[in-house]
Design a protein around this ligand. Structure first.
Ligand code: SAM
Length: 354
């Protein structure tokens, strides 16, 4: 067996995994940089020595210096040998330091660190075929997801996705009823309420701690008068006559997405629209063997599929379902007109009508 191995291939593959090992430990250090404000301090200051950065962030210089070394070896931060200072290039700051930037990615790493907190449960789920309920995660997951998807929602939802829906923007401007199902921390409910002050939004989620945070977020944003939150399942909420029902990155987490879509159809007013935002994916495994698919299949294996398998229905759609399977779910529920209206590297946006 040993003699048949191609040593160059072994070495090349080991080299690839070495890079992945460095990335894995750096994921934890990205969290450190985010929590302590190291990236933000560097973004604001320009090149700094380790002592200056430590002083600005109230952190220990010895730890900061070691962290900086990892960040330079990772290619995240640049080291200036002569001045012994460290620079976070503006382009890297957009990804690591600026929460408002469309390229901000730290939430994804926070989510990945959240997976490491439940590794024993993931192992057990593989052995038992049981699910892992969304509520079994900790704040890494809930806040990480909010921050991971937030940039796309902030930069796409009101600007591009809602205007792309047939006739919806005019209704929202005039005053419409919106339900945001699986709303999590309420980011999208708040964004829609801010953009369309004549409309009202009901955010619905089965996870009560997320609903509590979502209510706080709405109050902080000054839109609590037109956003309400309800702790209910996607098949259980009682509201009716909605003009627009949205699902943001949550349908595939549900045990019975077919029933959730059917319930939405029943809760829509005549002529109403369902907007389905799901992770970007092609229909076949071979279409998704790329960096986006790699990340999403990882999240899907450890978060989304277990969440679905923890609920009645146990559909396990997966985070890389692809448009064809999403259409099948919507068609099965009774939607007849379905089209993709927008997409980003991370999301596909479908419109469904009766
Ligand atoms: C990945 S998070 C997405 C949250 C939010 N929409 C966002 O994009 O940031 C999935 C959300 O779906 C909710 N969820 C899962 N199954 C649900 C169900 N059957 N009914 C209602 N909400 C559900 C979870 O509690 C969680 O808040």
């Amino acid at each position: 067996m040993q003699q048949t191995l191609d040593p160059d291939r072994v070495q090349a593959f080991a080299g690839k995994l070495l890079g992945d090992l460095g990335a894995t430990i750096s994921a934890a250090l990205i969290q450190v940089g985010d929590r302590l404000g190291l990236y933000r301090a560097l973004a604001e200051s320009g090149p700094l020595g380790s002592a200056d950065l430590a002083q600005r962030t109230g952190a220990s210089e010895r730890y900061v210096r070691e962290w900086l070394a990892n960040q330079c070896a990772s290619g995240y931060i640049e080291y200036r040998t002569e001045s012994q200072t460290y620079l976070l290039p503006d382009e890297h700051a957009a990804v690591l330091a600026d929460e408002e930037s469309p390229a901000f990615m730290v939430g994804g790493f926070q989510t990945a660190v959240g997976v490491y907190q439940i590794l024993d449960k993931v192992e057990q789920a593989f052995r038992s075929d049981e699910g892992i309920d969304w509520g079994e995660h900790d704040a890494h997951m809930f806040c990480g997801v909010e921050r991971f998807f937030g940039p796309a929602y902030r930069n796409g939802l009101v600007q591009e996705w809602l205007p792309a829906l047939e006739g919806v923007q005019a209704k929202l401007e005039a005053g419409a009823r919106i339900a945001d199902v699986g709303c999590g921390h309420g980011k999208t409910a708040v964004l829609m309420a801010q953009a369309y002050p004549a409309s009202t939004v009901v955010g619905i989620d089965v996870h009560s701690p997320s609903i509590a945070i979502a209510s706080q977020r709405a109050a902080e944003a000054g839109v609590a008068d037109r956003v309400q939150f309800e702790c209910a399942g996607a098949q259980d909420y009682t509201g009716r006559d909605f003009d627009l029902i949205t699902f943001f990155d949550c349908l595939h987490d549900m045990g019975d997405p077919h029933a959730a879509a059917a319930h939405a159809l029943g809760a829509l007013r005549e002529g109403g629209t369902l907007m389905l935002v799901e992770p970007m994916a092609g229909d076949r495994l071979q279409d998704n063997l790329n960096p986006v698919g790699r990340a999403y299949y990882g999240f899907s294996t450890t978060i989304c599929t277990p969440a679905s398998l923890a609920q009645p229905g146990r559909c396990g759609l997966g985070a890389q379902a692809g448009e064809a399977r999403l259409r099948e779910v919507l068609t099965h529920a009774g939607f007849r007109t379905i089209r993709r209206v927008a997409q980003t590297p991370f999301n596909q946006i479908l419109e469904a009508r009766r």
